[in-house]
Design a protein around this ligand. Structure first.
Ligand code: AP5
Ligand code: ZN
Length: 214
């Protein structure tokens, strides 16, 4: 199973990826997570990425493509992967096609678009909390931890992402509609493109995904 997850910020790509990882033993490759780790470590990549991320803008294609290429070459991707948050532009999608075909000899099996209307995104993202230790995602209303501010899984402190401020969320949504949404067209005729209604309970959405992936 080699999946690409498409969908606006806050659609639930990360949430559903975690469930797929558990169910199928495949790896999640989240370019957002990779960049946030780099920011935290203070590396050159992190310094560069932070400027874009804080503004809700996309990090330049060549940087992201290099990161994904290196990641896909690692052995643990051989059993299957989920690309979460990549590709996000047409050049990224073309580069992905290219590296899969010409360098890695791997095929995508499913391109899944998680559809959630803009009106629901703001509440999802302003209410999101993530574990500072293990990265697990929560929502203060839809998926609250047992103990406020504390991760159920590891006891770590729950924090809010820097780019989950109202102003930045609006910018990210705009960027999504301008640059990423058109990937639906790009993949539509691949025979592997599936649209899923991303509204509803997380478990129900996971059932919808399993129907496709099984
Ligand atoms: P990235 O980290 O990829 O952020 P994103 O695409 O904006 O997606 P999110 O992580 O915000 O949302 P999600 O769909 O994973 O939702 P989640 O499951 O957490 O990117 C961040 C930045 O990095 C970008 O802005 C850019 O600068 C840079 N970047 C990353 N990739 C790049 C690339 N390829 N090219 C260039 N730049 C790149 O859910 C959200 C919340 O909703 C959670 O609280 C969750 O609990 C809750 N929730 C989930 N499902 C449901 C449900 N069914 N009902 C109610 N609540 C729900
Ligand atoms: Zn945790």
């Amino acid at each position: 199973i080699n999946i690409v997850f498409l969908g606006p910020p806050g659609a639930g790509k990360g949430t559903q990826s975690a469930k797929l990882v558990e169910e199928y033993g495949i790896v999640q490759i989240s370019t957002g997570d990779i960049l946030r780790k780099a920011v935290k470590s203070g590396s050159e990549l992190g310094k560069l990425a932070k400027k874009y991320m804080d503004e809700g803008k996309l990090v330049p294609d060549d940087v992201i493509i290099g990161i994904v290429k290196a990641r896909l070459q690692q052995d643990d991707c051989k059993n299957g992967f989920i690309l979460d948050g990549f590709p996000r532009t047409i050049p990224q999608a073309e580069a992905l096609d290219n590296m899969l075909k010409n360098e890695l000899n791997i095929e995508l099996t499913h391109i899944i678009s998680l559809n959630v209307p803009d009106e629901l995104i703001m509440e999802r993202l302003t209410g999101r909390r993530s574990c500072s230790k293990c990265g697990a995602a929560y929502h203060i209303k839809y998926n609250p931890p047992k103990k406020e501010g504390i991760c159920d899984a590891c006891g770590g402190e729950l924090v809010q992402r820097d780019d989950d401020k109202e102003e930045t969320i609006n910018k990210r949504l705009k960027v999504y509609h301008e640059q990423t949404e058109q990937l639906q067209e790009y993949y539509k005729d691949s025979g592997k493109f599936f649209e899923i209604d991303g509204v509803g309970e997380q478990e129900i959405i996971f059932e919808r995904i399993k129907e496709i992936v099984k």
